[in-house]
Design a protein. Structure first.
Length: 489
């Protein structure tokens, strides 16, 4: 079937397509359906009694065009109103005269066959007009995959990568592959031009081969992403170095100018007095010059210094986009009762600008849900999180207590791209809570880099801390090795 359906064929009051004849957009209804909408069907209970639940007036109601269509299909005289047409149909049913003419059946068969042939020809023409595989995939994914993976084709194709495009019908590709018993896997990476982050689709006969290639594409995408980020950082540092070099050169020129202005040759006698008087006059002139500056000149100098200050602040902010965090090896979880701890349990909305700029397609649903796990020994905070590139569970060393309300944590989870499990002492971070505004700021390491994040609490949560503890402990070496074995079977 072509991507754009062939126009319906018309013959008198009838129109025809793949599904057969229609009149004003309505198809033929059988006798039972007509009886139902005429209120002639009574519902019964399983025991044969009349049910209390009968069709409502709303269920029975049909538009006037529907009733007119049935009159045309059954070749009955058209009534002026719905009630008149209903009476005509009741009479036809009662006299057993309700039947579709053979001429109408023959017309339907003829038009339907003609429509199928014309549609097939239009589909072939559209297919022949395609010049690239991307166009063929979007036109008819099933036909493209059937022809690509045809076993009679030489050489046979076992794996095909559909390049990521913004207009790619990925759902249609997955559906077509499932119908043809092919394996599919999506992979997030840059497009072929390396400009837009998009989703590729890998199709093949063997699931392990498909998964391996999808993993490679995502790894290559991350590598290119890191290269872009490093290039941006190098350009930023180079720009900063040039700016600091210009400032240093200007400072040296000013310093040399001041030295040359104040330097005088050594002499004796009256010349010394004259020089001293001249120096005195020069200093006074300088003071008078500084005092006699116009307000506009002073404002210009103030604006220049202000712009320099803003540049310095921008540099500090840009340096802040490269957070560094290393966990103190002495830190360990403390399970106890902290009576003065701040209650931070609940759902938090999260933002991580650094991650969002690098991977915008995975940064729409960042969130954090903190819950308390209570035991006989004490309490410990756990948090379920999703920061786009990774998701998992945080285990806090201590809850936030005054005066800093700062907590450190370890985290375990998975990469959202490959689904690879992550757990180690490098997967760590810290977070500081603001008591008055119930907001937080923190840094997380081991999540495809080190990133800053912030958030605000939305509401309380009923999530179980025990469940989060079990999930956290489920990310371990045994589970990692088991998944690796299953992946390569």
């Amino acid at each position: 079937m072509p991507c754009r359906p062939y126009p319906r064929l018309k013959s008198g009051k009838f129109e025809c397509d793949w599904d057969g004849l229609t009149v004003k957009g309505h198809s033929l209804a059988d006798e039972w359906t007509i009886k139902y909408h005429l209120g002639m069907i009574v519902n019964h209970t399983p025991r044969g009694n009349i049910s209390k639940r009968q069709p409502s007036e709303r269920d029975l109601k049909k538009p006037k065009a529907w009733w007119e269509a049935q009159m045309v299909f059954y070749n009955l005289k058209k009534g002026s109103s719905i009630s008149a047409m209903q009476d005509i149909l009741r009479t036809a049913i009662a006299t057993r005269a309700l039947s579709v003419p053979e001429s109408t059946r023959a017309l339907e068969a003829k038009l339907k066959q003609e429509y199928i042939e014309l549609s097939k020809k239009a589909a072939d023409d559209n297919w022949s007009a395609c010049t690239t595989d991307e166009e063929r995939v979007n036109l008819d994914p099933e036909r493209f995959l059937r022809e690509t993976f045809d076993r009679k084709k030489a050489p046979p194709v076992d794996l095909y990568v559909i390049k990521g495009r913004q207009y790619l019908d990925r759902f249609g590709v997955h559906q077509a592959a499932e119908k043809l018993t092919l394996q599919t896997q999506s992979a997030d990476a840059y497009d072929e031009e390396g400009k837009v982050w998009t989703r590729w689709v890998i199709v093949g006969r063997d699931s392990a081969q498909v998964y391996e290639h999808a993993t490679w594409i995502e790894a290559e995408g991350r590598r290119r992403s890191y290269e872009k980020m490093e290039a941006q950082l190098k350009a930023l540092k180079k720009q900063k170095a040039k700016r600091s070099g210009r400032d240093r050169d200007s400072d040296e020129e000013n310093w040399e100018g001041r030295l040359s202005k104040r330097a005088r040759p050594i002499s004796t006698g009256d010349s010394d007095n004259e020089d001293s008087e001249e120096d005195h006059r020069t200093e006074e002139d300088d003071d008078e010059h500084s005092v006699s500056q116009s307000p506009e000149q002073r404002s210009d100098s103030d604006e220049t210094s202000h712009s320099d200050l803003e540049d310095q602040e921008d540099d500090e902010e840009q340096e802040g986009d490269e957070p560094e965090y290393e966990r103190d090896p002495k830190l360990k979880p403390v399970i106890a009762r902290f009576r003065n701890a701040l209650d931070v349990t609940g759902e938090w909305n999260m933002t991580a600008p650094g991650i969002a700029s690098m991977w915008p397609h995975v940064s729409e649903n960042m969130h954090l849900t903190i819950a308390m796990n209570k035991t006989k020994k004490g309490e410990q905070l756990f948090a379920q999180f999703n920061l786009g590139v990774v998701e998992g569970v945080m285990a806090f060393d201590t809850p936030p207590v005054p005066p800093t309300f700062e907590s450190t944590f370890l985290w375990r989870g998975r990469e959202n791209g490959e689904g690879k499990m992550r757990f180690s002492s490098y997967c760590c971070g810290k977070v500081t809570f603001e008591k008055e505004t119930m907001t937080l700021k923190g840094v997380i390491a081991g999540a495809c880099g080190t990133w800053k994040f912030s958030g605000e609490r939305l509401a309380k949560s009923s999530l179980s801390g025990t469940a989060l503890k079990d999930e956290y402990e489920g990310y371990n070496m045994e589970a990692y090795e088991r998944e690796a074995e299953e992946r390569w079977r």
